[in-house]
Design a protein around this ligand. Structure first.
Ligand SMILES: Nc1ncnc2c1ncn2[C@@H]1O[C@H](COP(=O)(O)OP(=O)(O)OP(=O)(O)O)[C@@H](O)[C@H]1O
Length: 312
């Protein structure tokens, strides 16, 4: 797969002296959905803002579809659509006029068929003559996306696209992002909802304190770092874990009625049969067993917290 966005040694130190990005290297592939995850203040918005020409980098370079974002700003910017975190709301303009205007800003020739397709895709066609200020928050968010797509960008940045939106709109957004990918648009999204990255992303990048600490295929990341959990529902609750089970990484839960065993999902030998045998020998009876895979959220939290400890 070819690279559509190439970020090399990109760094940013704000005038305040705060280093928001340590040198970052990242290649985004044509047509992928890439989720950029990180705690508050990690540098996600700074990274996006540099690529979109809103913030000046302190060092390094970015090529957007082959165009340098500084030297060849206009051509690079034409390739990129940005849906920012904040909604630009109180406009007296109609939806249609606003979206048409956005296209014009990039020097694109009018294309009513394209604008109609975008508005229909976002369920905004019926509202095209409404003034933006009269729309609901969810509809305004759709307008922001329509504006970002008006000039037919090849790379779309969505900064926290579903923050504060209802479940229905979130599902709609996910469907839209998938349709965009089918049309060949590359999507880079930041999100605090790890579930969203788990659902949508082909690859995941984790940024922490201005440093990209992980870039991986989502499935590989989940396989590699994923743990499984076996929950053993006991017939009779325990007050403590018997000392003879001390060698096992066990935890008591639900007031002693559940025994939790975490194991490496990729290991050949899970350790479950000997554990169950030992429970049997100790006369600890159980009524049910179930296993669960750790979510991307568990992995993310453990990645970010491990690094916190390492940095401390
Ligand atoms: N204009 C600015 N001047 C000085 N420091 C800034 C500026 N913009 C951001 N920062 C700082 O840079 C760091 C990274 O901020 P950034 O907004 O990129 O993080 P983020 O990962 O997008 O966070 P969030 O998830 O909260 O949006 C933060 O410490 C922030 O306070």
């Amino acid at each position: 797969m070819s690279t559509i966005l190439s970020i090399k040694n990109l760094s940013k130190t704000y005038a305040s002296g705060l280093t928001a990005l340590k040198p970052i290297n990242l290649d985004i592939r044509q047509g992928e959905i890439f989720a950029l995850l990180g705690p508050n203040g990690a540098g996600k918005t700074t990274l996006i803002s540099i690529v979109c020409g809103i913030v000046t980098p302190s060092g390094g370079s970015v090529l957007a579809d082959g165009h340098d974002i500084v030297r060849d700003y206009r051509a690079a910017r034409m390739k990129i659509g940005l849906v920012p975190q904040e909604l630009a709301t109180d406009s007296f303009e109609s939806v249609l006029a606003t979206v048409r205007f956005s296209r014009g800003l990039f020097g694109r020739k009018p294309d009513e068929a394209h604008i109609e397709r975008v508005l229909r895709d976002l369920s905004l066609w019926e509202k095209r003559n409404d003034r933006i200020m009269t729309l609901s928050g969810g509809m305004k968010r759709r307008v922001m996306i329509a504006k970002a797509l008006a000039h037919e960008p090849r790379i779309l940045f969505l900064d926290e696209p579903t923050a504060g939106v209802d479940v229905e709109l979130r599902r709609d957004m996910w469907a839209l992002v998938r349709r965009l990918r089918e049309q060949g648009v590359t999507v880079i999204l930041t999100t605090h909802y790890i579930e969203e990255a788990e659902e949508m992303a082909d690859r995941v990048g984790v940024i922490r304190k201005g440093e990209l600490i992980v870039v991986e295929e989502k499935d590989a990341l989940m396989r590699k770092l994923g743990k499984k959990q076996l929950t053993i529902q006991l017939k009779d609750a325990l007050t403590e874990i018997p000392a003879t089970l001390g060698a096992w990484p066990l935890e008591l839960a639900s007031a002693g009625s559940e025994l939790i065993y975490r194991f490496d999902a990729k290991a050949e030998d899970t350790g479950i049969p000997p554990l169950l045998r030992q429970l049997h020998e100790l006369g600890i009876a159980y009524k049910d067993l179930n296993t669960q895979e750790s979510s991307l959220e568990d992995i993310f939290v453990s990645l970010v917290s491990t690094r916190t400890e390492a940095a401390a």
